[in-house]
Design a protein around this ligand. Structure first.
Ligand code: NAD
Ligand code: DAU
Length: 344
């Protein structure tokens, strides 16, 4: 199988590339703009280790002739490329509309023109947020109610993929996954930001009250689910991916402080995110029904492995942490010191 992986130098995409080359009979071409969120070190060595199976094309998913040519040369497109960070989307919404909406439309057009299979990677954020005590989780039938420019652009992209399926016969599946953690995630995101702070002798930073809930899944479990959908999913269908991993942000910080052996109160509260979604929770029945199951059941153990990866790879994150902190410094202020980091 010849795979075109857009956004393959980012967090989830690069983990997908490594795992796919090691475990599946496929060749992979990565199409990535190599912007601030990409890390060349995430793909280092692959061209040597898999000489005729891996290639990197540096380019923009909005470059229609390039996308058309690449799609024509492959069997399946796995579309990860996106602007992915909510905080960035609050500063520059248009950049998110351009890449996430127009870029996805271009990928759909090329896939239709060349009759190629597309798997579109989306997010649970398209559904908006849940109340803390809502007994329901997101399902494929939940209404779209995005809150941020990022989630609005991903929701719009999903709608376009469905429109291309219905109107032009696009052979596509969609997956909406919850929050991923694991190696090679940019230090602008919550978990690596706190890990790299701790490894740099600095304090973790909790937005607002810290009672917001995210539903964590290990990146390898996400990517295994994507393969299961590519191999066994029904064309036209949407699959929700999650691993029953709900934790408040305060709990996650408490786990990290414990893992590194720090004082449980040694963190700070900072300015909250505008429009901050309260809680996400995924009902993954649609993907479980295909025979996929998450393997990383122990979140704290997965976090400890992730901390170990960042400890062993400081050269991977040093520059991007500096850039991320410069971005946050423009708007973030400390609003309080750490109290009881268990979040209780
Ligand atoms: P990321 O920001 O780490 O990676 C995105 C990659 O896309 C980067 O390498 C970037 O350079 C590339 N890219 C951006 N604009 C591009 C363009 N115009 N042309 C080509 N490449 C471009 O993001 P991620 O966390 O790996 O997320 C990947 C996908 O998964 C996104 O579609 C995101 O919406 C989705 N997703 C992420 C999560 C999560 O928890 N991180 C959860 C569910 C879904
Ligand atoms: O749910 C899937 C989504 O998860 C993906 O679609 C997005 O691409 C991905 O970035 C992620 O979005 P979140 O906004 O949930 O992730 P983020 O890592 O930015 O923040 C996670 C939570 O942690 C959120 O409640 C905000 C909070 N936070 C974040 C940062 C960076 C903090 O408390 N402190 C921080 O320093």
């Amino acid at each position: 199988m010849r795979l075109l992986v857009t956004g393959g130098a980012g967090f989830i995409g690069s983990n997908f590339v490594h795992r796919s080359l090691a475990q599946h009979d496929c060749t992979i071409t990565v199409l990535d703009i190599m912007g601030y969120a990409a890390n060349p070190q995430s793909l280092a060595g692959l061209a040597d280790n898999y000489p005729s199976r891996f290639d990197l094309v540096v380019g923009d998913i909005c470059d229609k002739p390039l996308v058309d040519k690449l799609v024509a040369e492959h069997d399946v497109v796995v579309h990860f490329a996106a602007e992915s960070h909510n905080d960035q989307s609050l500063r520059d919404p248009l950049r998110f509309a351009t890449t996430n909406v127009l870029g996805t439309i271009g990928v759909c057009e090329a896939a239709v023109r060349h009759s190629k299979r597309l798997h579109h990677i989306s997010t649970d954020e398209v559904f908006g947020d849940l109340a803390f005590d809502d007994p329901h989780k997101f399902t494929p039938d939940t209404c779209y109610r995005p809150s941020s420019p990022y989630s609005a652009s991903k929701a719009s992209a999903d709608h376009f993929v469905r429109a291309y399926i219905r109107s032009f016969g696009l052979a596509a599946t969609i997956s909406n996954c919850s929050n991923n953690y694991g190696p090679r995630q940019h230090p602008e995101k919550f978990i690596p930001r706190q890990i790299t702070a701790l490894l740099s002798g600095q304090q973790p930073r909790l937005y607002g009250s810290g009672q917001h809930v995210r539903d964590w899944i290990h990146v390898d479990d996400h990517n295994d689910a994507v393969w299961k959908i590519i191999e066994s999913g029904q064309l036209g269908e949407t699959y929700l991916i999650g691993a029953d991993g709900e934790h408040t942000n305060a709990q996650v910080i408490a786990y990290l402080l414990e893992i590194v052996g720090a004082d449980p109160h040694d963190y700070v509260h900072v300015t909250d995110r505008a429009g901050h979604d309260r809680r996400y929770a995924i009902d993954a029945s649609s993907t479980l029904a295909l025979g996929w199951e998450p393997q990383h059941r122990d979140f704290r153990a997965g976090l400890a492995e992730t901390v170990a990866w960042y400890r062993e790879n400081p050269q991977w994150w040093a520059n991007s942490r500096q850039q991320a902190e410069a971005f946050y410094q423009q708007s973030e202020t400390i609003t309080g010191n750490g109290g009881d980091a268990t979040g209780s």
